[in-house]
Each structure stands twice: as C-alpha cells, then as structure tokens.
Design a protein around this ligand. Structure first.
Ligand SMILES: Cc1cc2nc3c(=O)[nH]c(=O)nc-3n(C[C@H](O)[C@H](O)[C@H](O)COP(=O)(O)OP(=O)(O)OC[C@H]3O[C@@H](n4cnc5c(N)ncnc54)[C@H](O)[C@@H]3O)c2cc1C
Length: 289
C-alpha cells in the first residue's frame, strides 16, 4: 500500500447537475465517503485524473419514510446513520440487521450505503437485504433520470449499470405487506471480514402459508443473486420444515461460487443451504410474531 496518493484534480460542486457533468467513468470518479475509492487510489488500482466530491451537495444525507411505511435514503446517508435511524428500525429492520454485521466503526461512519452498492462487490452486506425487499435505484444523468430494480444495477463483479455520466442519488425501498418477516445471515472468517457467504430472506405469510418469498445471496456469484427457483417453490406452501429444507437445497443449487482465499466453492454452496435454512426459520418466526 502506498502512503502518498498520485496527483489528481479535486472538485467540490454544489449541485447534482454539476456533478454529473463532471463525472466520466474511470477517468473522473465521484467520491462519497471515500472509504473504498481512496483505498484503491492508494493501492494504484484506480487512478482517476479527477475526483468529484458529493459532500458539498446539500440534501443528500437523508434517511426517511416513503409513503405508507416504505423507506428512502440519499447518496450521502452513511451506514451508521441508516443503522441508527428509527425509521429503518420500524420499516426496514432487515437492512439494519445486515448493516449491523459490518463491524468496522470507521467504515460505517464514513462509508455510505450507496457507495457500498456502487463498488459492486458480490460480497456486499447491503445489497442482499435490498434485493429481498425489492428496492429500486434512482440514477441521474446529464439529460435524464431513471429508476431501476436493484437486480438490474449489478451487471458483473465490480461493474454496475451506471453510464459514464451517471450517479446514484437515492434508494427506494417499498413498504412490506403485513405478515412479512425477514432475516439476514452472514458467514465470514472473522467478524471484521467480508462475507464468505451471506443471505437475506423476506417471507410473507397468511394462515401459516407462504404468500411470497424473496431469497437473496451474496458472495456466491459475480453479483448478488436471487434464488428464484426456491422462491417459486415456496409460494402457496405451508411454511413447515419440509418447505424450508427444500427451498434451502434449491437456493444452494442457484449458487455458482468460486474457490478463493476465503473459502472453497463446495463449502460456500453447502453454507448457502445452511444459512438460507436458518434465515427462513427466523424470518417465518418473525412474520408470525
Ligand atoms: C475495513 C473495511 C471493512 C469493510 N467491511 C465491510 C463488510 O463487512 N461488509 C460490506 O458490505 N462492506 C464492507 N466494507 C466496504 C464498505 O462498506 C464500502 O467501502 C463503503 O461503504 C463505500 O462507501 P463510500 O461512501 O466510502 O464510497 P466511496 O469510496 O466514496 O465510493 C466507492 C465507489 O463508488 C462510487 N460511488 C460512490 N457513490 C456514488 C454514487 N452516489 N453514484 C455513483 N457512484 C458512486 C465511487 O466513484 C467509487 O468508485 C468494508 C470496507 C473497509 C475499508
């Protein structure tokens, strides 16, 4: 790791319009908390000619309710701010649970949730709960704005759907139907490390049957993924041991992990089954409560 950053031009615009006019893919990078960007610039992994800070753009650090108990947060909302927000506690406990599994206080104090997503690591702890809750991503460019489902934002490891002159301004999480419960599970080498595997699930129950299920997995494919086959097989079924075991086995089949320094592919696949089983049991208990 190098101590000294190579020279670059630094901009601190005060409007989104100026930001998007300046940003340009890898050459001109936007900076939110700087946790990932500055580290990679020190390592010479990213060498932008210009860096455009969001910090002087007013009104991007909000975390608020969105209509009937949904949630929205802006590009400068830090992980700590989201974790400690009462609105998140009430409307989006699954996201809070996932962020609580990131233990580095410095990272959560400086780092934003949107910055975490824009890094596009498959090991993100922020993405799976947002997949499980059907979040949408608001993107602003020079001439237009668009909103896409989070699944479409992650294109490949380290690659998002953002164009060269686009930034993410907001995440919108819809309200959950009554009878819903979620759970997040993370397996990592040490508490401080990123996930070998993580899983976020959200189930909606009525009379003990599963009306809807969303199962999201991290660190087992180039992007976070949903276990659609497992979700489909659960719908309409009694939320019992058999359904949970079959769904967990199906989720493991959806995983296409690699072996790396953190784990082998085989172990990751087996751990998907265990984590999803535990998460579904917990989510069902919470939905019933
Ligand atoms: C010690 C340590 C431990 C960590 N542990 C975990 C962990 O356990 N789990 C986990 O999930 N993560 C973990 N992380 C990752 C951390 O959460 C992210 O690095 C951080 O949240 C990034 O946010 P940031 O605001 O600092 O982004 P920045 O560093 O400012 O930006 C990151 C990237 O996203 C781009 N970007 C930022 N904001 C926008 C935007 N609004 N629109 C478009 N592009 C944007 C930047 O150009 C840059 O390329 C860890 C990081 C460290 C250093």
């Amino acid at each position: 790791m190098h101590r000294v950053l190579l020279p670059f031009e630094f901009f601190e615009p005060t409007t989104i319009k100026e930001v998007v006019e300046l940003v340009d893919g890898d050459k001109v990078r936007v900076l939110a908390g700087g946790v990932d960007l500055v580290l990679k610039m020190r390592r010479r992994e990213i060498l932008p000619e210009k860096v455009v800070s969001l910090q002087k753009v007013p009104g991007l650090d909000y975390v608020e309710g969105n209509g009937s108990a949904g949630l929205k947060f802006g590009a400068l909302a830090t992980l700590t701010q989201i974790e400690q927000s009462e609105v998140v506690m009430e409307n989006c406990a699954l996201l809070r649970e996932a962020i609580s599994k990131i233990v580095s206080v410095q990272t959560k104090t400086m780092g934003t949730a949107i910055g975490n997503l824009c890094v596009a690591t498959p090991a993100s702890d922020v993405a799976p709960p947002l997949y499980a809750m059907g979040a949408r991503i608001k993107i602003v460019g020079v001439d237009a704005e668009r909103e896409i489902p989070i699944e479409e934002f992650f294109v490949d490891a380290g690659k998002t759907a953002l164009g060269p002159h686009e930034i993410v301004t907001e995440i919108v999480v819809p309200s959950l139907p009554s009878g819903s419960g979620g759970a997040f599970m993370k397996l990592s080498k040490t508490a401080e490390d990123i996930a070998k595997v993580n899983a976020a699930v959200m189930v909606t129950l009525a009379d003990g049957r599963c009306e809807d299920a969303r199962i999201a997995l991290g660190s087992v494919a180039p992007t976070p993924i949903r276990a659609i086959g497992a979700e489909t097989m659960m719908k309409g079924q009694k939320m019992d041991k058999k359904t949970i075991e079959e769904a967990s086995a199906s989720a493991a089949e959806a995983a296409t992990p690699i072996s790396d320094i953190r784990s082998t592919a085989e172990y990751r696949k087996e751990m998907v089954r265990i984590l999803v089983k535990d998460a579904l049991q917990e989510a069902a208990a919470r939905a019933q409560a």
